[in-house]
Design a protein. Structure first.
Length: 218
């Protein structure tokens, strides 16, 4: 396996805040998810909110307060567990394939995958990705700390424009916020590679309804 870097708190890292904190460390593998704007209807959002309330309470965080700031103050291991629980609640809803799911169309999923691969080996190193009908998962390492947010915005801006061209539409396509997680070690990396690989099966998709990529690592 080619050398991969995992999150090391002893090394320099940065945290950029939007609705959620986005941790970045140069050269570190990161698991990233973003979704289409119509992927979570109101009923799904309510279920996610209920689950988030329970997760935060179990972690000793008041869900009615500024829970994001309270979450950021937790010890690293505890924070990572809570963040993954919050992500899992949302991802479970995404796998129910709500919304128009236009990325089920091979031409549109190819637009997204081609964009992800375009600067691979130059601006970043992409190891795995899956384009689902209404969301995208990827494992990627960036050369510097600022690149995570900047590159994700670039991917979403470019693919939204190209997809709208093919659909003859205008407006927002992707949800602005995203989930990202710095991978802590080899075991977690392999777990997330498997998570990406199995996501289409979990969502009961047929061949051609998704687009999966995995780079052999030797």
């Amino acid at each position: 396996m080619e050398e991969l870097n995992f999150f090391d708190r002893r090394q320099t890292y940065s945290v950029a805040w939007k609705t959620l904190p986005h941790w970045a460390q140069a050269g570190t593998i990161c698991f990233i998810t973003w979704r289409t704007g119509d992927s979570l209807p109101a009923a799904a959002e309510r279920r996610i909110t209920r689950e988030r309330t329970e997760v935060l309470r179990r972690a000793g965080i008041d869900p009615g307060s500024n829970w994001q700031a309270a979450l950021a103050k937790l010890p690293a291991a505890n924070r990572a567990r809570v963040q993954w629980s919050l992500f899992a609640a949302s991802d479970q809803e995404l796998d129910r394939n709500f919304g128009e799911c236009v990325l089920r169309r091979p031409a549109l999923s190819k637009t997204v995958e081609d964009s992800l691969l375009y600067f691979d080996g130059d601006r970043y190193v992409l190891t795995d990705s899956v384009v689902m009908p209404n969301h995208v998962h990827l494992l990627v390492a960036f050369r510097d700390e600022d690149a995570l947010v900047v590159q994700c915005e670039s991917w979403k801006r470019f693919t939204a424009r190209e997809i709208h061209k093919q659909l003859g539409r205008q407006g927002e396509f992707w949800q602005v916020e995203q989930f990202d997680h710095l991978v802590r070690g080899p075991e977690q990396f392999e777990y997330l590679r498997e998570y990406i690989r199995l996501n289409p099966e979990k969502a009961r998709l047929k061949q051609g309804e998704y687009r999966y990529y995995s780079k052999p690592l030797t």
